[in-house]
Design a protein around this ligand. Structure first.
Ligand SMILES: [Ca+2]
Ligand SMILES: [Ca+2]
Length: 88
């Protein structure tokens, strides 16, 4: 029975480590990085904050915002990531 308790304790502390670790939280999620106020959508301000050339942000933002609700959701942001340079 003691072994069971020990295993449970080890499992619990490993779980705690995972939960507390900031690494497991970040996990390279571009969307949540961009979403500064964590409301689940990217405003034009949040978008331009990540742009190297903020003056171009509104135009690009409008192009990405396919449903024209004034915000980018995960899908709309992903569209940008899929579309790579197309020489046309
Ligand atoms: Ca936001
Ligand atoms: Ca939208």
């Amino acid at each position: 029975m003691k072994n069971v308790l020990k295993t449970a304790l080890v499992t619990a502390s490993i779980t705690a480590l995972f939960v507390l670790s900031p690494m497991s939280h970040a996990k390279g999620d571009k969307f949540s990085k961009m979403d500064a106020n964590s409301d689940g959508k990217i405003s034009v301000e949040e978008y331009s904050a990540k742009m190297k050339k903020p003056e171009r942000a509104p135009k690009r933002f409008a192009r990405l915002d396919t449903d024209n609700d004034g915000f980018l959701n995960k899908e709309e942001l992903a569209t940008k990531l899929k579309k790579k340079k197309k020489n046309k």
